[in-house]
Structure formats: structure tokens, C-alpha cells
Design a protein around this ligand. Sequence first.
Ligand SMILES: Cc1cc2nc3c(=O)[nH]c(=O)nc-3n(C[C@H](O)[C@H](O)[C@H](O)COP(=O)(O)O)c2cc1C
Length: 326
Amino acid sequence: MSKFKSAIEKFTKLSMFVSEFSRDMALYIRYCGVSPLQDPTKKRYYKLLIEAHALEKGLSLKDPRPLFGKAKITFLMRELERYDLSYSPFPAQMVLGVFDTYLRNHRERGIVAPLLDELEAYLSRMTSTANVVPNGGLRHFDTAYQFDSISPNVFLASRFSNRVMSQESVSLDLISAAVKVAQSAPSQCNRQAAQAHFYQQPAKISELLALQGGAGGFAQEVGNLFVVSCDLAAWGGAQQRNQLYVDGALFSMALIYALHAAGIATCPLNLAVRNTQEKRIKAAAGIPQDQRLIMMIAVGTPIGDGGFKAAASPRRDTAEMLHIHA
Ligand SMILES: Cc1cc2nc3c(=O)[nH]c(=O)nc-3n(C[C@H](O)[C@H](O)[C@H](O)COP(=O)(O)O)c2cc1C
């Protein structure tokens, strides 16, 4: 190949990177949840789910702080009033469900506060006028992590993010066996670029969780932590720019199920961080800079005092997610 032809090819490849990443940026700016150009009802739908779930998470902790999340409650009350219920009743069900659980949880503990009276009045008005059946708050399991003679579908549906776990170290044999099972995850062209980094030193875990920032309320109870990453060197060409997240997420899901099958509690933890923060996390975790971070997974022996509790995380109606184009 002539030098000229090779230079042209290199330039075309480079300009493709610039154009594809720029188009990603344009698409994100145009349609993401903070874009003024996105449908306000659709944005409000997701915002309500996200904020209602934040309250559920608070309730799912071992000892929820009395009257936690006041600002979120006020926000949810206001936003639900503005939400168009004809789009989907699901966010309203979830918000009212978590409000109901929050109220009962506080009343049972004998807590008295104007916020609770306000919440009670709001709930009664919304359930009667908007005719919404609450669905959310907490899930309770009498038993969990017992899989003898259950069907595969029941096993799959039995996984949940557990934020109540013991800090004791999980055996490295079990961890290694779970990673081996997770390796059964599919990967593009079988490149298997996902990497599982595992930590058990309390100081290191505290440092990493402080940088992650999403394990508030239970970070101090995490004694075992994965950071899943993916090797950049496995990918090339502008068209593959996002594929490492697909492979990394599939591997993470398989790892979570493998741990669940072994009776171990897991909670995925987002790594939705800016580049500077990702760099800091990689430095603290001893992860090479040529890997990208997928997620953290808190891991531990589940603690259940006569049963387990978890955020309800109710699911959308299947019809909202399945679009048959037959
Ligand atoms: C990529 C990802 C990131 C998550 N990040 C967090 C997090 O930072 N903190 C947390 O408490 N839960 C986190 N979760 C757990 C979700 O809240 C949970 O999966 C969702 O509510 C569904 O509930 P379930 O896992 O119990 O079925 C995350 C889940 C995923 C998949």
C-alpha cells in the first residue's frame, strides 16, 4: 500500500471516531432526561421512579434513619401532582407505595412529626382522587437463597439487591468459583474482555465506596467488593465504541447470579462517574488506566432476622417494555 493511501485510511478512521463520538453526544444532549427538548411527561415518569426508589432504598437498610429523605418526599409530592397519569399509572403506584411504607414504618416506631401527618393526608387524597393502588416500598422474604428443586424461572426471579449483609469475608474459593460461572456470559466474538477485581480489606473498600458514592447507609457493612471493568484493548473501530459496556454488563449480571446461586447477597453499585472520578477510582483500586469501569458489586453473607427485607423495586407492566413488531 502506498504511503499516501495508508495516510488517507488513517485519517478516515480518525475522522470516524470524531464523528461517531460527536453524534453520541448530540443524541444524548437531544434526548436525555435533562434535555429541554425531551417530552416532559417521559422525563417526569423516570424522575419519579428514580426518586421513589431512593426512598425505598433508605427503608431497606438495617436501621433506617428517622425522617430520612424529607427533601425527596416534598419533591415527589410536588412532581406527582404535575405528572400526567394517563401516560402510565406506574410512577404514581410506586410513589404512593413507598409513601405508605414510609408512613407505616415511622408510625410503628412511634415517631411523631408534621411530615408524617402531611404524608398521611397526601396519601389519602391521592389514593381516593387519583384512584391509584400503591405498589412499592419493601419486599419481605420468609426464606431466601434456598434453591432446592425450584424452577429456573423461579430462581431467576428470586434475585434481589440486598443491602443488609454481614461484613465477614466470603471465602476466596467461593469467589473464584462464582467468577468461573460468570465466565459463561456471552461476549462479542468471545473476546472475554471483562475483568473482575475483588477486595476484602476494610480500608480499601471504604475508600472505593466513598469514591463511588451510591452505597450511602450501608457502605460500612460491606466487607467484600467487586469492581468490574473491561479492557479497552479488546475493542477497535468507531462502531465498537460502546460495546465494552455491553460485554461488561452481561458478565456482571452472570456474576451476580452466580453469587446469588451460592447463597451470597449482592448489590450492584453504579459507576456513573465523570472521567476524573473514574481515573481516581482506578488508581485507588489498582486497576490499569486501559480498562473502563462497568460497576461495583457489594457482596456478603445475607443477614436475615427471621426473614429478609429489600426495596420493593416494583416492575413496570410488561406491555410498557415489550414491543412486538410482528
Ligand atoms: C448498574 C446498576 C447500578 C446500581 N447502582 C446502585 C447503587 O449505586 N446503589 C444501590 O443501592 N443500588 C444500586 N443498584 C441496584 C438497583 O437499585 C436495583 O437493581 C433495582 O432497584 C432493582 O431492584 P433489584 O435488584 O432488587 O431487583 C444498581 C443496579 C444496577 C444494575
